[in-house]
Design a protein. Structure first.
Length: 391
């Protein structure tokens, strides 16, 4: 039975009770590495006991560990008859990965009374695996240069994962992937943008994956990954496009460009929030009695009830995420009559006096320049009312 599709609770129920606390800590709290959106998973639960042993008695399984865009699959083997003993490990396809036992402190001092002891050992092993991958970069002087240049900077020493090796053993083609946690501050993003109840909060993080498809870096493919809340706050996965990796470029030059691009995007979001709040405050001041409703959290919407020569109508103002860079949309809506489909007659206005350099007070004052649009709108729909009365 494939436990990969099982919930953690179902999988844990198949584990020997004496070993269950160790595994529970791994699958429920185990977030290892840079990608905090991925958790550790277990599959292929098996037992080393005879068929006569009463269950549940599974004491070995395969652990899936997200690492540098790959998934490491390590076999972990306990003996349920001796639950106080540490497990053995088999490292899948990485037959050359031989951890240094003396540096595995939590394995050497295995404490079966600590439910986190297995998770702590796994973290130590992943650290050694990172060093193992770094050593493999010596096969390419070009990729080793990329690594050492990043290591010399203060931002990426502990915020980098590397996966290197030969893509094709026949051709000897060497490749590597760098996964970097970008030092971008998301703490000032307005909280209303981070409230999506369908999104696991997790850690707010931006990861840059850069794949070198050959040892001379002639084919380099970067890709940006944002944690779900940040992606949602910035307007979705299509809202941010990073530049291609330049021919002959280096990571130490390229990564700061991506950081700056993302930082600017975050600043646009923060600035837009404060400018929208200023905009709505100004309109509340100028059109106080005419304000029907407004968004008091994100300041993205405002509705006014206005009059032009005894003709009353609504003006809906939608303020975009990247306001004031992006212009608000105005929708004039009659309060008198409906379309054949039962909707209020309305007209969208996008062409009106506007400058992103104006402050909120200036924009509210300039609203008087909408009078031409008011007049045209009232004429059109007054005429439609007359036609309706005649019919």
């Amino acid at each position: 039975m494939n436990s990969f599709k099982m919930s953690p609770e179902v999988a844990l129920n198949r584990i020997s009770p004496a070993l269950r606390p160790f595994i529970s800590s791994v699958v429920r709290n185990g977030k290892i590495g840079l990608d905090a959106t991925n958790i550790l998973k277990i599959t292929d639960l098996k037992s080393g006991c005879t068929s006569l042993t009463p269950g549940p008695c599974c004491d070995r399984f395969k652990l899936h560990i997200p690492y540098a865009g790959e998934t490491l699959k390590w076999d972990i083997i306990f003996n349920c008859h001796y639950p106080d003993l540490p497990p053995d490990f088999i490292f899948g396809e990485d037959v050359d990965f031989l951890p240094e036992p003396t540096t595995l402190h939590h394995l050497n001092a295995w404490n079966s009374q600590n439910p986190d002891c297995l998770l702590l050992v796994i973290k130590e092993l992943v650290q050694q695996y990172y060093r193992y991958q770094c050593d493999r970069l010596h096969e390419s002087s070009r990729l080793m240069f990329e690594y050492t240049a990043l290591q010399e900077g203060p931002e990426f020493g502990d915020n980098m994962e590397i996966y290197a090796g030969r893509k094709n053993n026949w051709t000897g083609e060497f490749s590597a992937r760098f996964l970097l946690k970008l030092p971008v501050d998301f703490s000032n993003i307005p909280t209303y943008l981070l409230k999506d109840p369908t999104i696991d909060p997790g850690e707010d993080v931006a990861l840059l994956s850069v794949s070198f498809e050959d040892a001379e870096a002639t084919q380099v493919f970067p890709k940006l990954y944002l944690s779900p809340r940040i992606e949602h706050a910035l307007g979705g996965n299509s809202a941010l496009h990073i530049p291609p990796f330049p021919s002959g470029g280096c990571l130490i030059d390229y990564v700061p460009q991506v950081c700056q691009l993302l930082t600017n995007k975050v600043q646009y979001i923060i600035q837009g929030y404060h400018r929208r709040r200023e905009y709505i405050a100004a309109f509340l001041s100028h059109f106080g009695t005419g304000v029907v409703e407004y968004d008091a959290e994100g300041f993205t919407k405002l509705t006014l009830l206005l009059m032009w020569k005894d003709f009353c109508f609504l003006v809906h103002i939608d303020l975009p995420l990247y306001f004031p860079r992006d212009q608000p949309t105005l929708t004039f809506q009659s309060v008198y009559h409906f379309t054949s489909s039962g909707q209020l007659y309305q007209q969208i206005q996008k062409s009106y006096p506007y400058s992103p350099r104006w402050d909120g007070n200036e924009m509210a004052k300039r609203a008087n320049n909408w009078q031409t649009q008011f007049k045209n709108f009232s004429k059109v729909y007054a005429f439609k009312i007359v036609l309706r009365l005649r019919t």
